[in-house]
Design a protein around this ligand. Structure first.
Ligand code: DX5
Ligand code: ZN
Length: 230
């Protein structure tokens, strides 16, 4: 059971783009801890979404941090523009960065928090050497590229191992999960040790309002049991 405050990061991938500013403002009002922005390049993952200009556009609409999930090759090419957009955190994929240590240093040198993401099929050891340099570790609970996919319960043991690795280091590194987080799966991720949950469709395409959807997630996080087998 995690003893950390659990944070929620709504992902705008599932938002209504015709009213994006209002949607992020609603999410902040409903208690979102940061806004998660999924940048996809059509190469590392098949879809193309948006880039730094969207971060720049929503920056004035919220005061909570913006985190950029870079599902792109050569994410380092965009650090300067993301710095101009005043983002707070950049997460790069270990699978997309042959020189991940150097990229993490570039992000930190720009004065931005650095995170590394690992796909479901990637061993945690791929991020282990760079872990002491990170502000955040993102364990993907779906294969990246699309919102609305089902949480992969087989990743739960990896989340638990990631929690042990972070605790053993004794540093304050946020353990984030992304993909398929909803009222059923949130407590599983939290029980495994995650402290930051990304939620896209559960927040923005729920039949309920953003406020009610966030409340449902918050209540689920408090739930003591996980009904999903790993
Ligand atoms: C998927 C993205 C996620 C996505 C999550 O590749 O990284 O952030 O928005 O969407 P849900 O919460 O619907 O699984
Ligand atoms: Zn994401």
């Amino acid at each position: 059971m995690a003893d950390h405050r659990i944070q929620i990061a709504p992902s705008i991938l599932s938002a209504d783009f015709t009213r994006l500013g209002d949607q992020v403002a609603e999410a902040e009002k409903a208690g979102a801890d940061c806004i998660h922005i999924d940048v996809m390049d059509g190469q590392f993952v098949q879809p193309i979404t948006f880039g730094p200009i969207i971060a720049q556009a929503i920056r004035p609409r919220v005061s909570i941090p913006l985190e950029i999930h870079m599902m792109t090759l050569q994410p380092e090419d965009h650090i300067a523009q993301l710095k101009e957009a005043c983002v707070n955190r950049i997460i790069v994929h270990v699978e997309a960065c042959p020189h991940v240590h150097a990229v993490v240093q570039q992000i930190k040198d720009a004065g931005i928090e650095a995170g590394v993401a690992v796909n479901p099929g990637t061993a945690l050891s791929a991020a282990e050497e760079v872990l002491p340099d990170l502000d955040q570790l993102l364990v993907m609970t779906v294969n990246p590229g699309f919102g609305g996919q089902s949480f992969l319960p087989s990743v739960l043991p990896k989340i638990k191992r990631a929690r042990q690795m972070i605790d053993a280091l004794g540093q304050s590194i946020t353990l984030e999960v992304d993909g398929g987080i909803n009222a059923t799966t949130a407590s599983c991720a939290v029980n495994a040790g995650a402290t930051l949950l990304v939620a896209g469709s559960a927040v923005f395409t729920s039949k309920a309002s953003v406020a009610d959807a966030m409340l449902t997630l918050r209540q689920a996080i408090e739930a003591p049991t996980c009904s999903v087998d790993d």
